[in-house]
Design a protein around this ligand. Sequence first.
Ligand code: ZN
Ligand code: FE
Ligand code: FE
Length: 278
Amino acid sequence: MKQYLGAHLSVGKGYKDIVERAIAIDANTFAFFLRNPRGGSMRALDEADLAAARELMAEHNFGPLVAHAPYTMNPAGNKESVLEFADLAMSEDLTRLDYLPGSYYNFHPGSHVGQGATKGIEKISEFLKRMLDRELRSVVLLETMAGKGTEIGRSFEELAQIIENVNRPDVLGVCFDTCHVADSGYDLKNDLDAVIEEFDQVIGLEHLKALHINDSLNEVGSRKDRHARLGEGTLGWDTIVKLITKPEFENIPKILETPTDEAGYAEEIKELRQRSRQ
Ligand code: ZN
Ligand code: FE
Ligand code: FE
């Protein structure tokens, strides 16, 4: 089957460069930060570079890209400055993504920092209603979270609630992170089909738009969020391969966020392509 596989790469040398490096590791999608992930500003707009990147991706039949919001973004926070940064960061990022139409933009829904999950979900929902109230050429994705600290999105129910509140299924979906889902307590290794069935029941598989494929250093339910390289964690190759070869995920971009470098990603992509052909 066709597989859109890629990894999280650095856009430090521009967009044409990142596409070239993706091609070099046999990727046909990738993830990237539009700004410094620790909250910095965005790189200067270079329309020629973006056009060259688009052309190269079309030539190589890339699938949708999966841009990642900054980690410091917390639309469920309790400080004015934190909430203002969330609005600014996502609206600037989405505007920049207009140059890469058809992309996904995934974000960690947020942490309620003691205000309670109900309040957090309410704040994230209101935030998304503001962000999505404009012309969009990309689709925003809520990421499934491990549940460390006061993270929202540690259960399918929490994400379903946000999706229901926002009520914009045309521009809001889910990015399913295997390490996070296992860490939050879903037994992907022993019960893969049941977990996917539960996702379908609670959220609806039609909302699942991207996969982050990571192994986990910790046991199911640990809520730690420590990624491992494929096959070097508690999920193992079989779980990952079983998941990505599900026919319903055929056209979905699958992104590695494993602790390695580009040579390591090249190895993992090669092995994923081999194993998913069998
Ligand atoms: Zn993430
Ligand atoms: Fe992730
Ligand atoms: Fe993570």
